[in-house]
Design a protein around this ligand. Structure first.
Ligand SMILES: Nc1ncnc2c1ncn2[C@@H]1O[C@H](COP(=O)(O)OP(=O)(O)OP(=O)(O)O)[C@@H](O)[C@H]1O
Ligand SMILES: [Mg+2]
Length: 670
């Protein structure tokens, strides 16, 4: 197949044709009668666009939550996926829904507010990306029009809805017809707004040419066409970022006089001599994002407030122009607090709907960010727990200290993450969450962690990066962290890093213990032995001595040596043994056989027992002293191979972690 042929086959010509659809005004009316959805307002369209990707319901700490798949970024394979923010996103979608039904929020600025690096821009980017994709689908299509003129097609500069061409009364008649045809249509079927100054001018001239015959104008001078929203082409999607505070110009929002054309048309109030290309103009039908909205000069604030409240903008020298677009601003927490007492804020606050976008508070969600960013890194291995430890520290810095006596911050972090702690119910965790005031609005941002991890990745000469390298980098970076100026906070963050190191040591100990004990055969032997004795104990029977064949009482020392590993006190041993027997009985009823893998606690106890029995023969301590005889080396290599096979270590970090574990075991024995 030639290259060109391949290109031709890959192109979707049918889609191209659909997207470049053009037709007469009458065609358009017919099309609307079949499906009036192209008439949706920007809020309605965006709301439907989010729902179109589907939604999952789940419960977390006994609370029903919704996860909108839209925010997984199906458009770019998860590149901008949002993790762990289902609650704020539910608020956002609820607000869009209310706006779609014209209950009020459609007249407000939506303000995403949160600490730096909390995914505000990512959310805005997703919405914009989604709109582009949705406008290309059959379901999400919308239309605009152009004028046929002698100089060629003259598109409406604000790509407005073709029904604006119908005066109010005629339009209302047509809409009434649509409502009758589609009684189940989910939104109010209305079309607000009138022609933009350019089209108004064209209409006046065209009517004069046709002796006032609107039907003739529509038939002969108007072509309706499909509208594809695109940020790059500045169609339906706009972005505004205030530069420095003194250097802002209203024309960026509402357009500017085209002086070259003033010379042609002779007047600066001739719409043909004006570029209706401000950010608010071009974003018509879609969405305009205001980055750092609070840095906007007061002079433009009013443009913005009218844009959202009245759905109108005022360009120099022209009457107000109708718009239909979502105004989405964002601001970070420090900026917001700085301006809280300001009058400017007063005006804004009254007309905005603030949606808090906090930091993630669950480690397992936070870690997804770094997995997405770094999992595909080539040529360098990332040791197990590296990303998880960085995420743990980040979340620790964000948590408010628990008020309950005896609950540590690390324990609270685990509870939030859905891990079980004795004595804690889901209900209690939920109360714990409710106690907090500003949790998630302060702390270390994902961006800081991302930067530090990528630093380590590029500067380290080792084949593999590990949690210590990253934690050291995180600590080093605190010295010149531009956003944390006070020493007390820095000290606190450093102390938290120590806690993460301690946590990591525990994890490593555990993992190496398990790897040493990961001898299935030995575990099975130990398990069957234990069960034989427990069974005899519970039933008051004897056990046959495997050597002499003589019946003997169950071996208490054997059973306790296992149970003690998981801290089952003498007084509770009967319960534990009976529990195990019941479990075996229940499984037997289902025709299943009990294995040691069926009960996590028992499994752990067996592993620990086996570890205790074997650790002296493996002599990890040799690793610390540096003298390793061949026999020990062979045993160590077996453990290393298990770490690589089962736990994601590489040749390099498996050796490192074994040495670290050896030093930990040596310390705990001293
Ligand atoms: N909840 C989250 N889910 C997924 N990624 C996140 C989340 N929070 C932060 N990130 C990641 O952190 C980085 C910073 O996010 P983003 O730029 O959207 O933050 P922001 O809130 O706009 O920050 P700023 O206030 O500094 O503008 C991005 O790489 C983003 O993917
Ligand atoms: Mg941002």
């Amino acid at each position: 197949m030639s290259e060109l042929e391949r290109i031709r086959r890959r192109q979707d010509l049918e889609a191209y044709r659909a997207l470049s659809w053009e037709g007469s005004f009458a065609d358009y009316l017919r099309l609307l009668k079949e499906d009036p959805r192209p008439l949706r307002t920007s809020f309605q369209r965006v709301h439907d666009m989010i729902l179109a990707q589907g939604v999952e319901e789940y419960t977390l700490f006994r609370e029903k939550l919704l996860h909108y798949r839209f925010f997984d970024d199906p458009f770019e394979g998860g590149k901008d996926a949002i993790f762990g923010l289902d609650k704020p996103l539910m608020r956002l979608v609820a607000t869009l829904k209310a706006a779609a039904h014209r209950l009020g929020p459609e007249r407000r600025i939506l303000l995403l507010h949160g600490p730096v690096g909390s995914a505000k821009s990512t959310i805005a980017r997703l919405l914009k990306k989604g709109l582009e994709a949705y406008s290309r689908t059959e379901e999400g299509r919308l239309y605009t029009f152009y004028w046929k003129t002698e100089e060629g097609p003259l598109p409406c500069p604000m790509h407005e809805e073709p029904l604006h061409l119908l005066p109010k009364e005629l339009r209302e008649e047509f809409l009434a017809e649509l409502r009758a045809l589609h009684p189940a249509y989910p939104y109010p079927l209305e079309v607000e707004g009138d022609l933009c100054p350019v089209c108004r001018f064209q209409m006046r001239e065209a009517l004069a040419r046709h002796g006032g015959d609107l039907a003739a104008v529509l038939e002969e001078e108007i072509v309706v066409k499909r509208l594809v929203l695109s940020e790059k082409d500045r169609v339906g999607i706009g972005t505004f970022q205030p530069k420095d505070e003194k250097n802002q110009d209203a024309t960026e929002l509402t357009g500017d006089i085209n002086y070259r054309k003033v010379a042609i048309y002779g007047s600066d109030s001739d719409p043909r001599a004006f570029n209706f290309d401000g950010e608010l103009n071009i974003a018509n039908r879609g969405l305009v994002e205001f980055i750092e909205i609070l840095k906007l000069d007061v002079a433009f604030l009013y443009d913005l407030l009218t844009a959202s409240q009245e759905h109108k903008i005022k360009s120099k020298k022209f009457a107000q122009t109708d718009i239909d677009e979502i105004v989405l601003g964002h601001t970070n927490e420090p900026e917001y607090r700085k301006l809280q007492a300001n009058e400017y804020m007063e005006a804004l606050r009254d007309r905005t709907i603030k949606i808090d976008v906090p930091y993630i508070l669950r480690v397992s969600d936070e870690v997804k960010i770094y997995q997405r960013d770094f999992a595909k890194v080539r040529g360098k291995h990332i040791a197990p727990h590296t990303l998880e430890m960085a995420a743990t520290w980040a979340v620790l810095t964000r948590l408010e200290p628990p008020k309950r006596a005896g609950l540590t911050l690390m324990q609270k972090l685990k509870l939030y993450d859905g891990r079980l702690l004795p004595g804690w119910t889901e209900e209690a965790v939920r109360e714990l969450m409710a106690e907090t005031k500003r949790e998630g609005l302060e702390g270390i941002s994902p961006r800081y962690i991302q930067d530090k991890i990528s630093n380590v990745l590029v500067t380290s000469e080792e084949p593999c990066i590990n949690p210590f390298m990253v934690m050291n980098e995180l600590e080093e970076g605190l010295k010149h962290h531009s956003l944390i100026s006070d020493e007390k906070t820095k000290e606190r963050y450093k102390a938290l890093l120590q806690e993460v190191k301690a946590e990591y040591a525990e994890i490593v100990k555990n993992e190496v213990q398990r790897a040493i004990a990961a001898d299935e055969e030995a575990l099975n032997r130990l398990f069957h032995n234990y069960i034989d004795h427990v069974k005899a104990y519970v039933l008051g029977e004897k056990v046959k001595n495997p050597y002499t064949g003589a019946p003997e009482p169950p071996n208490e020392r054997l059973m306790r040596s296992i149970e003690e590993r998981i801290e089952i006190p003498e007084s509770r041993k009967d319960d534990f043994r009976r529990e195990i027997m019941n479990y075996i009985g229940a499984l037997a009823l289902e025709g299943r056989q009990f294995t040691y893998k069926d009960n996590d606690r028992l499994r752990r106890a067996l592993e620990l027992k086996l570890f205790e029995d074997q650790k002296d023969t493996i002599r990890l301590s040799a690793l610390v002293s540096g003298v390793v005889d061949p026999e020990t080396q062979a045993k160590i290599d077996v453990v290393k191979a298990r770490l690589i096979r089962d736990y994601g270590y590489c040749e390099h970090c498996a050796g490192g972690v074994l040495e670290f574990a050896a030093s930990l075991f040596a310390r705990s024995e001293r």
